[in-house]
Design a protein around this ligand. Structure first.
Ligand code: FRU
Length: 326
Protein backbone atom coordinates (compact mmCIF):
# COMPACT_ATOMS: atom_id res chain seq x y z
CA UNK A 1 0.00 0.00 0.00
CA UNK A 2 1.69 3.20 -1.14
CA UNK A 3 -0.26 5.28 1.43
CA UNK A 4 1.33 3.29 4.21
CA UNK A 5 4.12 5.10 6.02
CA UNK A 6 7.50 3.52 5.45
CA UNK A 7 10.03 3.38 8.24
CA UNK A 8 13.67 2.42 8.08
CA UNK A 9 15.12 0.58 11.08
CA UNK A 10 18.90 0.35 11.37
CA UNK A 11 20.12 -2.75 13.18
CA UNK A 12 23.71 -2.62 14.40
CA UNK A 13 24.76 -6.10 15.49
CA UNK A 14 28.06 -6.61 17.36
CA UNK A 15 28.64 -9.85 15.49
CA UNK A 16 26.51 -11.94 13.20
CA UNK A 17 28.78 -14.94 13.08
CA UNK A 18 27.23 -17.26 15.67
CA UNK A 19 24.02 -19.27 15.86
CA UNK A 20 22.55 -17.25 18.70
CA UNK A 21 22.76 -14.03 16.68
CA UNK A 22 21.61 -15.74 13.50
CA UNK A 23 18.59 -16.89 15.46
CA UNK A 24 18.02 -13.30 16.65
CA UNK A 25 18.01 -12.05 13.06
CA UNK A 26 15.66 -14.84 11.95
CA UNK A 27 13.25 -13.91 14.72
CA UNK A 28 13.38 -10.31 13.55
CA UNK A 29 12.72 -11.30 9.95
CA UNK A 30 9.81 -13.48 11.01
CA UNK A 31 8.26 -10.61 12.99
CA UNK A 32 8.93 -8.12 10.16
CA UNK A 33 6.67 -10.22 7.97
CA UNK A 34 3.77 -8.84 10.01
CA UNK A 35 4.98 -5.23 9.64
CA UNK A 36 5.16 -4.44 5.91
CA UNK A 37 5.70 -0.76 6.73
CA UNK A 38 9.09 -1.51 8.31
CA UNK A 39 12.38 -1.99 6.47
CA UNK A 40 15.46 -3.39 8.23
CA UNK A 41 18.95 -2.21 7.33
CA UNK A 42 21.35 -4.73 8.86
CA UNK A 43 25.03 -4.13 9.74
CA UNK A 44 27.32 -6.77 11.22
CA UNK A 45 30.37 -5.38 13.06
CA UNK A 46 32.12 -8.79 13.24
CA UNK A 47 33.22 -8.32 16.88
CA UNK A 48 34.91 -4.97 16.18
CA UNK A 49 33.86 -1.92 18.19
CA UNK A 50 35.57 0.40 15.67
CA UNK A 51 33.57 -1.15 12.82
CA UNK A 52 30.38 -0.86 14.86
CA UNK A 53 30.95 2.88 15.48
CA UNK A 54 31.57 3.42 11.78
CA UNK A 55 28.49 1.41 10.80
CA UNK A 56 26.27 3.44 13.14
CA UNK A 57 27.59 6.61 11.54
CA UNK A 58 26.75 5.12 8.13
CA UNK A 59 23.23 4.28 9.34
CA UNK A 60 22.81 7.87 10.53
CA UNK A 61 23.67 9.05 7.01
CA UNK A 62 21.06 6.66 5.62
CA UNK A 63 18.37 8.56 7.56
CA UNK A 64 17.13 5.68 9.66
CA UNK A 65 14.00 6.30 11.76
CA UNK A 66 15.09 4.06 14.64
CA UNK A 67 18.24 2.25 15.75
CA UNK A 68 18.43 -1.22 17.30
CA UNK A 69 21.87 -1.91 18.74
CA UNK A 70 23.50 -4.83 20.46
CA UNK A 71 26.73 -3.12 21.51
CA UNK A 72 29.99 -5.05 21.30
CA UNK A 73 31.40 -3.18 24.33
CA UNK A 74 29.50 -1.02 26.85
CA UNK A 75 31.80 2.01 27.14
CA UNK A 76 33.26 2.94 23.72
CA UNK A 77 29.92 2.80 21.91
CA UNK A 78 28.20 5.22 24.29
CA UNK A 79 29.18 8.51 22.51
CA UNK A 80 27.86 7.52 19.06
CA UNK A 81 24.61 6.21 20.58
CA UNK A 82 24.25 9.45 22.54
CA UNK A 83 24.74 11.42 19.34
CA UNK A 84 22.09 9.52 17.42
CA UNK A 85 19.59 9.59 20.32
CA UNK A 86 20.03 13.33 20.79
CA UNK A 87 19.17 13.85 17.13
CA UNK A 88 15.71 12.51 18.03
CA UNK A 89 16.19 8.99 16.69
CA UNK A 90 14.78 6.36 19.09
CA UNK A 91 17.29 3.74 20.20
CA UNK A 92 16.53 0.18 21.32
CA UNK A 93 19.41 -1.48 23.17
CA UNK A 94 19.29 -5.25 22.86
CA UNK A 95 20.96 -7.93 25.04
CA UNK A 96 24.21 -6.07 25.84
CA UNK A 97 24.04 -2.82 27.81
CA UNK A 98 25.62 0.53 27.06
CA UNK A 99 27.19 3.14 29.37
CA UNK A 100 24.71 5.94 28.77
CA UNK A 101 21.08 6.79 29.56
CA UNK A 102 20.60 8.10 26.02
CA UNK A 103 18.37 5.35 24.69
CA UNK A 104 14.63 4.67 24.55
CA UNK A 105 14.41 1.14 25.86
CA UNK A 106 16.45 -1.91 26.83
CA UNK A 107 15.34 -5.43 25.90
CA UNK A 108 17.07 -8.47 27.35
CA UNK A 109 17.25 -11.13 30.02
CA UNK A 110 18.66 -10.28 33.43
CA UNK A 111 22.26 -11.49 33.50
CA UNK A 112 22.62 -10.88 37.24
CA UNK A 113 19.77 -13.30 37.91
CA UNK A 114 21.25 -15.82 35.48
CA UNK A 115 24.70 -15.59 37.09
CA UNK A 116 23.13 -16.17 40.51
CA UNK A 117 21.12 -19.13 39.25
CA UNK A 118 24.30 -20.65 37.82
CA UNK A 119 26.07 -20.13 41.16
CA UNK A 120 23.28 -21.86 43.07
CA UNK A 121 23.15 -24.73 40.59
CA UNK A 122 26.92 -25.25 40.77
CA UNK A 123 26.92 -25.16 44.58
CA UNK A 124 24.18 -27.78 44.68
CA UNK A 125 25.74 -29.96 42.02
CA UNK A 126 29.14 -29.96 43.76
CA UNK A 127 27.48 -30.36 47.17
CA UNK A 128 29.31 -27.30 48.40
CA UNK A 129 32.82 -28.53 47.61
CA UNK A 130 34.96 -28.63 44.48
CA UNK A 131 37.15 -26.95 41.90
CA UNK A 132 35.72 -24.77 39.19
CA UNK A 133 37.12 -23.20 36.02
CA UNK A 134 35.17 -20.17 34.80
CA UNK A 135 35.33 -19.23 31.12
CA UNK A 136 34.30 -15.62 30.65
CA UNK A 137 32.72 -13.80 27.73
CA UNK A 138 34.28 -10.59 26.38
CA UNK A 139 35.29 -8.70 29.54
CA UNK A 140 34.15 -5.29 28.31
CA UNK A 141 30.64 -6.49 27.43
CA UNK A 142 27.92 -6.24 30.06
CA UNK A 143 26.64 -9.86 30.06
CA UNK A 144 30.16 -11.12 30.87
CA UNK A 145 30.56 -8.57 33.68
CA UNK A 146 27.16 -9.31 35.19
CA UNK A 147 27.32 -13.10 34.87
CA UNK A 148 30.76 -13.14 36.45
CA UNK A 149 29.92 -10.83 39.34
CA UNK A 150 26.67 -12.58 40.29
CA UNK A 151 28.26 -16.04 40.02
CA UNK A 152 31.23 -15.00 42.21
CA UNK A 153 28.90 -13.38 44.77
CA UNK A 154 26.95 -16.61 45.24
CA UNK A 155 30.11 -18.70 45.55
CA UNK A 156 31.33 -16.46 48.40
CA UNK A 157 28.82 -18.38 50.51
CA UNK A 158 30.60 -21.64 49.71
CA UNK A 159 34.17 -21.42 51.00
CA UNK A 160 34.99 -24.96 49.86
CA UNK A 161 34.22 -24.23 46.25
CA UNK A 162 37.27 -22.74 44.59
CA UNK A 163 37.39 -21.06 41.22
CA UNK A 164 40.89 -22.23 40.39
CA UNK A 165 41.12 -20.42 37.05
CA UNK A 166 39.35 -17.70 35.08
CA UNK A 167 39.84 -18.02 31.34
CA UNK A 168 39.07 -15.29 28.80
CA UNK A 169 37.06 -16.98 26.07
CA UNK A 170 35.61 -13.73 24.63
CA UNK A 171 32.31 -15.49 23.72
CA UNK A 172 34.04 -17.47 20.94
CA UNK A 173 34.55 -21.22 20.58
CA UNK A 174 38.00 -20.90 18.97
CA UNK A 175 39.29 -18.51 21.62
CA UNK A 176 37.97 -20.81 24.36
CA UNK A 177 39.66 -23.80 22.76
CA UNK A 178 42.95 -21.90 22.54
CA UNK A 179 42.95 -20.76 26.19
CA UNK A 180 41.89 -24.22 27.29
CA UNK A 181 44.87 -25.76 25.51
CA UNK A 182 47.13 -23.33 27.39
CA UNK A 183 45.56 -24.26 30.73
CA UNK A 184 45.40 -28.04 30.63
CA UNK A 185 46.68 -28.25 34.22
CA UNK A 186 43.70 -26.38 35.68
CA UNK A 187 41.26 -28.34 33.53
CA UNK A 188 42.73 -31.65 34.66
CA UNK A 189 42.13 -30.64 38.26
CA UNK A 190 38.66 -29.17 37.78
CA UNK A 191 35.35 -30.80 38.72
CA UNK A 192 33.26 -28.35 36.77
CA UNK A 193 33.57 -25.73 34.06
CA UNK A 194 31.17 -22.80 33.93
CA UNK A 195 31.38 -21.08 30.55
CA UNK A 196 29.43 -17.86 29.96
CA UNK A 197 27.91 -19.39 26.81
CA UNK A 198 27.33 -22.86 25.34
CA UNK A 199 29.54 -22.22 22.32
CA UNK A 200 32.62 -21.81 24.51
CA UNK A 201 31.75 -25.09 26.26
CA UNK A 202 32.21 -26.79 22.90
CA UNK A 203 35.78 -25.46 22.59
CA UNK A 204 36.75 -26.49 26.14
CA UNK A 205 35.02 -29.87 25.83
CA UNK A 206 37.08 -30.69 22.76
CA UNK A 207 40.32 -30.00 24.62
CA UNK A 208 39.27 -31.97 27.72
CA UNK A 209 38.25 -35.00 25.71
CA UNK A 210 41.24 -34.93 23.36
CA UNK A 211 43.80 -37.41 24.65
CA UNK A 212 41.39 -38.06 27.55
CA UNK A 213 42.68 -35.02 29.45
CA UNK A 214 39.68 -34.98 31.79
CA UNK A 215 36.53 -36.77 30.76
CA UNK A 216 34.68 -36.53 34.08
CA UNK A 217 34.46 -32.80 34.15
CA UNK A 218 30.94 -31.27 34.27
CA UNK A 219 29.97 -28.40 31.99
CA UNK A 220 27.49 -25.61 32.60
CA UNK A 221 26.69 -23.04 29.93
CA UNK A 222 24.23 -20.31 28.97
CA UNK A 223 21.99 -19.72 25.91
CA UNK A 224 20.05 -23.02 25.55
CA UNK A 225 19.53 -22.52 21.85
CA UNK A 226 17.44 -24.90 19.74
CA UNK A 227 18.78 -26.44 16.53
CA UNK A 228 20.98 -29.40 15.61
CA UNK A 229 24.35 -28.35 17.13
CA UNK A 230 23.33 -25.97 19.88
CA UNK A 231 22.77 -25.95 23.64
CA UNK A 232 19.66 -28.09 23.86
CA UNK A 233 21.24 -30.77 21.69
CA UNK A 234 24.46 -30.54 23.73
CA UNK A 235 22.36 -31.25 26.82
CA UNK A 236 20.75 -34.25 25.20
CA UNK A 237 24.20 -35.46 24.15
CA UNK A 238 25.36 -35.06 27.79
CA UNK A 239 28.02 -32.58 26.77
CA UNK A 240 26.29 -30.11 29.09
CA UNK A 241 24.99 -30.78 32.61
CA UNK A 242 22.86 -27.65 32.54
CA UNK A 243 22.35 -24.52 30.53
CA UNK A 244 20.32 -21.38 31.18
CA UNK A 245 17.99 -20.05 28.52
CA UNK A 246 19.07 -16.65 27.17
CA UNK A 247 16.37 -15.45 24.78
CA UNK A 248 17.60 -13.36 21.85
CA UNK A 249 14.79 -10.77 21.94
CA UNK A 250 14.69 -10.47 18.14
CA UNK A 251 10.91 -10.68 17.94
CA UNK A 252 10.40 -8.31 20.87
CA UNK A 253 12.79 -5.74 19.36
CA UNK A 254 10.73 -5.47 16.16
CA UNK A 255 7.45 -5.36 18.10
CA UNK A 256 8.70 -2.55 20.34
CA UNK A 257 10.25 -0.72 17.36
CA UNK A 258 6.91 -0.79 15.58
CA UNK A 259 5.18 0.52 18.70
CA UNK A 260 7.65 3.40 19.11
CA UNK A 261 7.43 4.32 15.42
CA UNK A 262 3.63 4.40 15.70
CA UNK A 263 4.07 7.06 18.38
CA UNK A 264 3.07 4.81 21.28
CA UNK A 265 4.90 4.84 24.60
CA UNK A 266 7.43 2.11 25.34
CA UNK A 267 8.62 0.82 28.70
CA UNK A 268 12.13 1.75 29.77
CA UNK A 269 12.98 -1.94 29.97
CA UNK A 270 11.55 -5.23 28.70
CA UNK A 271 12.81 -8.14 30.70
CA UNK A 272 13.04 -11.49 28.94
CA UNK A 273 12.70 -14.62 31.04
CA UNK A 274 15.36 -17.24 31.58
CA UNK A 275 14.99 -20.79 32.87
CA UNK A 276 17.35 -23.50 34.04
CA UNK A 277 17.49 -26.38 31.56
CA UNK A 278 18.88 -29.76 32.63
CA UNK A 279 18.14 -33.44 32.14
CA UNK A 280 14.83 -33.05 34.01
CA UNK A 281 13.19 -30.68 31.51
CA UNK A 282 15.28 -30.70 28.33
CA UNK A 283 13.00 -33.10 26.44
CA UNK A 284 9.90 -30.93 26.74
CA UNK A 285 11.73 -27.69 26.03
CA UNK A 286 13.49 -29.19 23.03
CA UNK A 287 10.23 -30.51 21.59
CA UNK A 288 8.65 -27.06 21.92
CA UNK A 289 11.58 -25.21 20.36
CA UNK A 290 11.91 -27.72 17.52
CA UNK A 291 8.26 -27.08 16.73
CA UNK A 292 8.92 -23.35 16.74
CA UNK A 293 11.89 -23.81 14.43
CA UNK A 294 9.72 -25.78 11.98
CA UNK A 295 7.07 -23.09 12.07
CA UNK A 296 9.75 -20.49 11.42
CA UNK A 297 10.90 -22.44 8.35
CA UNK A 298 7.31 -22.65 7.14
CA UNK A 299 6.86 -18.91 7.50
CA UNK A 300 10.08 -18.35 5.58
CA UNK A 301 8.94 -20.64 2.77
CA UNK A 302 5.62 -18.84 2.66
CA UNK A 303 7.47 -15.54 2.53
CA UNK A 304 9.54 -16.65 -0.45
CA UNK A 305 6.45 -17.97 -2.22
CA UNK A 306 4.66 -14.66 -1.71
CA UNK A 307 7.71 -12.80 -3.08
CA UNK A 308 7.73 -15.04 -6.16
CA UNK A 309 4.00 -14.56 -6.66
CA UNK A 310 4.39 -10.80 -6.31
CA UNK A 311 7.19 -10.77 -8.87
CA UNK A 312 5.19 -12.88 -11.33
CA UNK A 313 2.19 -10.67 -10.77
CA UNK A 314 4.07 -7.46 -11.43
CA UNK A 315 5.80 -8.80 -14.53
CA UNK A 316 2.43 -10.05 -15.88
CA UNK A 317 0.93 -6.66 -15.12
CA UNK A 318 3.77 -4.92 -16.94
CA UNK A 319 3.20 -7.21 -19.94
CA UNK A 320 -0.49 -6.30 -19.83
CA UNK A 321 0.23 -2.54 -19.69
CA UNK A 322 2.62 -3.00 -22.55
CA UNK A 323 -0.01 -4.84 -24.61
CA UNK A 324 -2.63 -2.19 -23.87
CA UNK A 325 -0.21 0.62 -24.69
CA UNK A 326 0.55 -0.97 -28.05
C1 FRU B 1 26.30 -14.42 21.06
C2 FRU B 1 26.61 -14.32 22.50
C3 FRU B 1 25.78 -15.30 23.31
C4 FRU B 1 25.78 -14.65 24.64
C5 FRU B 1 25.56 -13.22 24.24
C6 FRU B 1 26.00 -12.21 25.21
O1 FRU B 1 27.08 -13.54 20.29
O2 FRU B 1 27.97 -14.52 22.72
O3 FRU B 1 26.32 -16.59 23.28
O4 FRU B 1 24.85 -15.16 25.51
O5 FRU B 1 26.26 -13.07 23.03
O6 FRU B 1 25.89 -10.92 24.70
Amino acid sequence: NSNQKHYKIGFSQCTGGDEWRRSMLLEMQRELFFHPDLELVYKDAVNSTQTQIKQINDLMKEDIDLLIISPNESAPLAPVVQEIFRKGIPVIVLDRKINTDAYSTFIGANNIEIGKAVGNFVAKKLKGKGKVVEVLGLESSSPAQERHKAFSDVLKNYPEINVIKELQGQWEKDTARKVAAQNIGALQEADLVFAHNDVMVKGIYEVCHKNSQNKNILFVGIDGLAGPHNGLQMLEDKMLTATFLYPTGGEEAIKVASQILAGKAAQREYKLNSIQIDSSNVKGIKAQSDKLLNQQEDIQKLNTEIDTLENTFSSERNKLYFTIAC
